[in-house]
Design a protein around this ligand. Structure first.
Ligand code: SF4
Ligand code: SF4
Length: 402
């Protein structure tokens, strides 16, 4: 029997603010050297990763929460990661796991996903593989030759979990000066060649490893977003395939609306911090744990303490003077004193603002309607793109993509 995606924590509009999402930077190690990595400075410190025992104390004091967002470094380099996730499942009843990876350790990733599907049967696992551009562009941006490996990983995930609604397959791309010129072709190619549920496009953020890689302004990011809008309607239909008409309609409304609303907020914040006109709940509903035990209210802000100073007790951390001061500083986003350019953060707040969220979704759907247009994803179009960007079709065949 096919496993269906169960009620995601995002599906219930929830206005009661309590810890909802823990963002765990699993390790300070990485097997890539991305030009746009915003965590490079932190990883360069080569501090010690928190031990399993330290994370266990955090899990035991956190109470119930819905979403565990893994981050890194590269999560597959943390050998005890499955045990850590299983512990959060047992102790905290997590319903959704967000699992990003650069896709280099393909077989290990598949083995872990299989294990987690058995050990955490009620969890939805969003696996998000980073692919930044065609062939050499990807390799250059990632600082490692990994384009065909990432493609192979995506194919293996699809083959192993094709009918499993609890494994949600995503691709994540970061826009930089390296891929800017090909991004529109790339979005089309990804949709045509990979059976994924979504393709998120983020702009490079924070202090990047390589200076000068950020490449978009509010204006140019909005132009990109408008140009790729039709693919988000196609993704909504892909997700809704097999549902009845009401399910398809609701999926389209929420998916398309959320993507557009999130992209709008992000574009507004590229040139200068701007208030979203909706409460940011960072520090009330979210906690970020750096790999070395420092903690933050939001990934896009600075660390405000270390877990060891709070006996590894998440309740103490959430109630601490440092967190209260930080929430005050953030001013629920209305002070507009931080650069809010990342989708995860916007999504983590949006569900706690149900009325404003519905009005944003309605407006976003109206905008998307105007951007509908037919797109070409025919085989000949995809072949032409592969030729234009010197893609080695033999390697794609080997990976099972063609
Ligand atoms: S962006 Fe991610 S994959 Fe790339 S170097 Fe940084 S941590 Fe590693
Ligand atoms: S960057 Fe955005 S999500 Fe983070 S604290 Fe600021 S307003 Fe909130």
């Amino acid at each position: 029997m096919k496993a269906k995606r169960s009620g995601s924590s995002f599906n219930s509009l929830n206005s009661k603010r309590k810890l909802e999402s823990v963002f765990l930077f699993t390790t300070g190690k990485c097997n890539a050297r991305c030009a746009m990595c915003f965590y490079a400075n932190d990883m360069e410190k080569k501090a010690r990763d928190m031990s399993f025992e330290e994370i266990k104390k955090l899990s035991e004091t956190a109470g119930q929460f819905n979403r565990l967002w893994l981050s890194g470094g590269e999560p597959t380099l943390r050998e005890d990661l499955p045990e850590i996730v299983e512990m959060f499942y047992r102790n905290n009843g997590i319903k959704d796991i967000n699992f990003p990876s650069n896709g280099i350790k393909s077989d290990l990733l598949i083995e872990w996903l299989k294990r987690l599907r058995k050990s955490c049967p009620n969890c939805n696992i969003s696996i998000s593989i980073s692919v930044d551009g065609f062939g050499e562009t990807h390799d250059k941006q990632r600082g490692t030759p990994s384009f065909y490996k990432a493609a192979e990983t995506l194919k293996k995930i699809d083959d192993n979990f094709k009918d499993d609604g609890k494994i949600i397959k995503n691709i994540a791309t970061v826009i930089t000066k390296y891929n800017l010129d090909e991004i529109l072709d790339f979005v089309a190619w990804i949709y045509g060649r990979f059976n994924v549920s979504t393709h998120t496009i983020e702009a490079a953020r924070g202090t990047t490893r390589e200076e000068g890689v950020k490449a978009v302004t509010e204006q140019s990011l909005r132009e990109i977003q408008d140009a790729i809008a039709p693919y988000y309607l196609l993704y909504a239909r892909r997700i809704g395939a097999g549902m009845n008409a009401i399910g398809r309609g609701l999926t389209e409304f929420f998916y398309v609306g959320l993507m557009r609303a999130m992209y709008n907020i992000r574009a507004q914040n590229i040139d200068k911090p701007v208030c979203w006109n909706m409460d940011c709940t960072a520090g009330e509903t979210t906690l970020v744990l750096d790999y070395d035990g420092r903690f933050r209210a939001c990934e896009l802000r600075e660390p405000i303490g270390h877990v060891k100073d709070y006996d590894y007790d998440i309740q103490k951390i959430m109630q601490s003077g440092a967190m209260k001061k930080e929430i005050e500083e953030i001013g629920h986003g209305y002070k507009a004193n931080c650069w809010c350019t990342h989708g995860c953060w916007i999504m983590s707040s949006i569900v706690f603002n149900p009325l404003k969220m519905m009005s944003k979704l309605t407006a976003a759907n109206r905008e998307m309607k105007k951007l509908r247009r037919p797109v070409d994803i025919s085989e000949s179009f995809l072949n032409n793109l592969e030729e234009k960007y010197n893609i080695d079709r033999d390697k794609l065949k080997e990976a099972g993509i063609l």
